[in-house]
Design a protein around this ligand. Sequence first.
Ligand code: FMN
Length: 147
Amino acid sequence: MKVIVAYASLTGNTEEMAEAIAAGARETGAEVVLRDAYDAEASELDQYDGIAIGAYTWGDGELPDEFIDFYEALGKLDLNGRKAVVFGSGDTSYPIFCGAVDTIEEKLKALGAQLVAAGVKVEFTPSADEIKQCKEVGRLVAGKVPA
Ligand code: FMN
């Protein structure tokens, strides 16, 4: 099982989530690659069995600027048969809380990926419980069946 966790994070909150998801996936014995989306090749996502993508939300419920290239490079990739999950940090004082998570989920669904859990949305820094939730989601995207 090969899993990629790719994320965009400006102040480290989404990065903490990514690290917990990667840790959960590793616990299952999966081979896990953890990358800043800036350094990741979206066109190679189809080489992984499990795909976790995260981004904080910017502007008016939008994707972060530095994530746009990665998002656009997803193009028309065929992700049928891949397990996927989306995650991100936001701030509930904005009208569109964690809009980036919804945008990425729609894209992955359109590419044929199977979303194995609802998108994980966290306000600012993930709490201890939210870190646990991220680890569980990491196990799921690595193919572990929930207990
Ligand atoms: N959070 C939202 O949920 N929705 C937004 O529309 C939104 N817009 C933002 C716009 C600006 C200019 C800034 C500075 C923050 C915005 N945020 C919004 C909050 C960030 O997503 C939040 O601070 C998040 O924790 C940052 O995650 P990071 O540490 O991974 O960079």
